[in-house]
Design a protein around this ligand. Structure first.
Ligand code: F6R
Length: 623
């Protein structure tokens, strides 16, 4: 959701800015723009409503020069996706140019006050307000005492600092000044920014992906920090407490540039990466000798973990679905009560939470605004907060008291696939760990470890169902509605399957516990509404079969996911997809594969933009 890039150095800024925006495309956006600056010509601005391809064409027609610049991909919040609303925005009659991620909550009152002072607004955005505000503040700071260039730069920094003091809301900002053609100021409060430290050049981006290949030395900017970037220097300061020594870290080698490697879409590539991403999630975390799991970063002693009485799992979307599976796992294996909360509800709901409750935020991106806010609120109340997170160094990873990384590698497709299965693997290991601290026997622990170790191979075999899934997709791609049904561990899997289909193929789909059908949703069943049932062998096999028959008896087409040559199901279902057998607790991971592939194939048949579905963003940084 919205992406920022920036450059100041001795090379042309434009190539980095464009390639950086391309690498941020996965976050989701609907317009894009770039501003460059030269001492001779001032700002040059190119903005488009639409994709980076369009931006590039526009730049090719009117090249942009300058060794300093900023760029942005915008996911519309205030005002539609038009060229006028695209960033960069100008302030103070061309004095300032900036790009902004986040939401300025008090923009309306600031705007009215700026209008009354003669500022003209060209967009409907909250961001343009910040550009005018900085220009206005700068205008009112005395310039007369400025003796040299560094003091003069202090004045620009002070103008930014004073302006930020007036903002309520969230921001990641990259700011240029017409009169300072080698000064880039960035600031952060709630929207991520990473600085790439180069040789006589500095880079800025919303995450590390644009920096790969340019530099491996990075500084994560924290909330309330401002960085002053010039070709040969970086100075970081806290908004209120003065200068800070920048913590320069090395970008991990595996964070390499994302490429399709022969796959047609990132989503498909990521579906096929799951045997490996699951291996990565398991690596070094299974302790055969003690029949348990081990985690390096929980930052709690076994004694403290033993005294936990309740767990809250919180997240959004697919990560919330992972939490639901986690609830089943932890309650069953560890006999610990678990609650799963939408982060957007938890942050305002104020439920009574006992002191011995542990809070886990589940998140792929580590930037989801609601999950971040829910964790902050729980932390404020004194709870130990942990993150189950994919993106190293992300905001949530920084805010939490500890956590577990997924190590799934970059997930570029907007629809979460490999991160989901890695979340389930981590939650399975957590359940094993908590179980072994409590009532789970050594033998039961060993059995779970064996099954987890087998999982990457099982997923490799599961991917062989792709041919069957393709046929099913071809048959049902024109449906307007879909039902996804499962029980026990496959109920959350049904919710996730329905979400995958909705988000990338734009077909309306609902997931239900299969037995709930007769309490209402069965009224939807007709000959045009396919119902997908997960009917693997296991604890609730017979029960799901009865539910399947209820749908069949009402003339609805039935697609069944089975885990053996099940003649009974085959005689009832219109279509069958076969996956390998797995224990109940691993079935949501195995079944995720055909559900992801089905959504993918249907979306392709319908000509949808699989990796960048309409209206969606990869990193949801607004609430
Ligand atoms: C669906 C999807 C979203 C995310 C949700 C939370 O495929 O990707 O529902 O799961 O926006 O995002 P994270 O996990 O990054 O916090």
């Amino acid at each position: 959701m919205c992406g920022i890039v920036g450059y100041v150095g001795n090379n042309d800024a434009c190539p980095f800015l464009v390639s950086g925006l391309r690498r941020l495309e996965y976050r989701g956006y609907d317009s894009a723009g770039i501003a460059t600056l030269t001492a001779a010509d001032g700002f040059r601005l190119t903005r488009v409503a639409g994709r980076i391809d369009l931006l590039e064409k526009s730049i090719a027609r009117k090249p942009m020069f300058g060794t300093i610049g900023i760029g942005h991909t915008r996911w519309a919040t205030h005002g539609p996706a038009t060229e006028e609303n695209a960033h960069p925005h100008m302030g103070g009659n061309g004095l300032v140019s900036l790009v902004h991620n986040g939401v300025i909550e008090n923009y309306e009152s600031l705007k009215q006050s700026l209008i009354s002072r003669g500022y003209l607004f060209k967009s409907a955005t909250d961001s343009e307000v910040v550009a005018h505000l900085i220009a206005d503040t700068l205008k009112h700071l005395p310039a007369s005492s400025i003796a040299n260039n560094s003091e003069s730069i202090d004045r620009y920094v002070e103008a930014v600092r004073q302006s930020l003091d007036q903002l309520r809301g969230t921001y990641g900002l990259a700011i240029l000044f017409r009169d300072q053609p080698d000064l880039l100021i960035v600031a952060r409060c709630g929207s991520p920014l990473v600085i790439g430290v180069g040789k006589s050049e500095q880079f800025v981006a919303s995450d590390t992906s644009p920096l790969v290949g340019y530099t491996d030395r990075i500084v994560y900017l924290a909330d309330h920090q401002i960085a002053v970037l010039r070709p040969d220097s970086i100075q970081v300061q806290h908004r209120d407490h003065g200068k800070i020594r920048p913590d320069v870290q090395t970008l991990a080698a595996q964070e390499t540039e994302a490429s399709l490697e022969g796959f047609e879409h990132f989503m498909l590539k990521e579906i096929y990466e799951q045997p490996q991403s699951i291996r990565n999630a398991l690596r070094g975390r299974l302790d055969r000798d003690n029949a348990t799991a081990k985690f390096g970063g929980l930052n709690l002693t076994p004694q403290q973990l033993r005294s936990v009485k309740r767990i809250i799992l919180t997240g959004c979307g697919t990560s919330w679905h992972a939490g639901l599976v986690g609830e089943y796992l932890i309650e069953e294996l560890a006999r610990l009560p678990v609650e799963v909360e939408y982060a957007s509800e938890l942050r305002y709901r104020n439920p009574p939470v006992d002191t011995d409750t542990l809070i886990f935020g589940i998140t792929q991106s580590g930037e989801t605004a609601d999950t971040l806010a829910a964790l902050r609120e729980m932390k404020r109340k004194g709870h130990h907060t942990l993150a189950i997170c994919n993106v190293v160094g992300s905001s949530i990873a920084q805010v939490a008291d500890g956590g577990i990384y997924l190590h799934a590698g970059p997930e570029i497709g907007v629809a979460s696939t490999k991160a989901f299965t890695s979340q389930l693997v981590v939650l399975s290991m957590l359940a094993l760990y908590f179980g072994r601290l409590r009532f789970l026997s050594y033998e039961a622990g060993q059995r779970i470890i064996r099954q987890l170790e087998q999982l990457p191979e099982t997923i490799e075999k599961t991917l062989e169902c792709h041919g069957q899934v393709r046929e099913v997709a071809a048959k049902y791609a024109s449906a307007s509605n879909f039902l996804y049904l499962g029980r026990y561990y496959n109920f959350p899997a049904a919710l996730e399957g329905a979400l995958k289909l909705k988000e990338i193929s734009y077909i309306h789909a609902e997931g239900y516990p299969a037995a709930e059908m007769k309490h209402g949703p069965i009224a939807l069943v007709d000959e045009n509404t396919p119902s997908l049932f997960m009917v693997p062998q296991g604890a609730v096999y017979d029960k799901v079969l009865s539910n399947l028959q209820e749908v069949k008896a009402r003339g609805g087409p039935v697609i069944a996911i089975v885990d053996q040559q099940d003649s009974h199901v085959m005689s009832l279902a219109d279509d069958v997809i076969t996956v390998p057998q797995a224990e109940d607790f691993l079935q949501p991971i195995v079944n995720a594969i055909p559900l992801q592939l089905l959504a993918y194939e249907i979306a392709c048949i319908r000509g949808c933009d699989v990796d960048k579905p309409r209206n969606l963003a990869k990193s949801v940084t607004v609430e």
